[in-house]
Design a binder for this molecule. Sequence first.
Ligand code: AMP
Ligand code: GLY
Length: 428
Amino acid sequence: MRILIVGSGGREHALAWKIKQSPLVDEVYSAPGNPGMDKIGPCFDVDPMDLHKMQELVLQLAPDLTVIGPEAPLAVGLSDALRARGFDVFAPSQAASQLETSKGFAKYLMAKYDIPTAAYQRFTDVAEALDYVGTQSAPYVIKADGLAAGKGVVICDNLEDAENEIEEMMTGKFGDASNAIIIEEFMTGEEASIFVLTDGDGALYLPAAQDHKRVGDGDVGPNTGGMGAYAPAPVVTPRQLELIQTLIVEPLLSGMAEDGMPYQGALYVGVMIAETGPRVVEFNARFGDPECQVLMAGLPGDIVPALLVCATGGLVQSHNSVSQMMGLLDFRPTATVVMASAGYPGSYEKGAVIKGVDAAGDIDGVSVFQAGCGVNGSGELIAEGGRVLGVTATGESLRQAVDRAYQGVDCIDWSTGFFRKDIGWRAL
Ligand code: AMP
Ligand code: GLY
């Protein structure tokens, strides 16, 4: 079997790495991939946003399954275009991925299906938004409606900042993505990420994960794409998971199927866990990054049967067998420490040489997933992006996993890289 992975981040490297281990799989292709993915199988330099070129590539490679990692190609209809050509795809349709690409749409569905989340209003008129925010109390949660590369949520402690943010967003701060905004109730509690693999009908729940969004130790500083993650996250108790299933995921999946846009692929439910129960912070139409690195490394079995059945249907019938094949009950505690370029999430320099990736990967239980990496003229690995490496480790306990991940980080020789030193602190 041949499987094509679309994307070039740490998430996609982890997917390629895991999928390549399946006895069902002969070849893993990537588009466009990265230097780490290139060691797993052929990479094709095709832009996932170019539907025409992607269709040509898929016709040429004829993969048995295409797994789309990031959200941006979903928003332009890549999954639909490939399905229309008769190919199986693990990823939601353009319509279903609006759960992530339009916060207003996600809020509308949650209201319609009675799913617990923060109270909100959506605005397309600045004056109305300003009037409304004046009637609310701090902290104020202001969100761009559309995709804003993970930067579209701003939480303001005072009214003046909130008013300024509303004006900036609605006058083009995120281009068209913030023409419409959401003003939302501030929720308290502890956040967790729940990942569900689904064919639109059945659902497989992966162990709950937690990521570390802020750039600095102790969860301070600006938000990033994620500086590290771990699983399982003890904050999601069996009771909370049951509530997440019955109050959130089941009504969402059945409602979307009834509304003619069944959700297939990986569903990411960002939840706020409070004593009163879980509430949705956001949905994403994909695996999280770096949560995916943690989940792929921690699953001892074969994930491919689950991906295939989600893409083609029949998960309810084969739920137990695919769950057993991926080793869901034997999930090992896992942690990922992200190494990023100095300056991230602001501007950073590119081109510094990175050494020691192989040495880190030689440590028992450690795998290093590449993200913003390139190769220079001398064939050396270099940093080209903000988040660059995801040093990932499994262990008998989370403590051991975290210790091993930091041993891996110690092997990396990269003058301008930095990382958080407290990954997993909430659970440890
Ligand atoms: P999102 O992109 O929607 O996940 O938002 C980014 C981050 O902002 C979340 O991970 C939360 O930490 C925070 N956030 C978003 N919405 C709320 C809310 N209604 N109440 C409290 N925190 C929120
Ligand atoms: N780690 C958060 C995300 O992937 O959106």
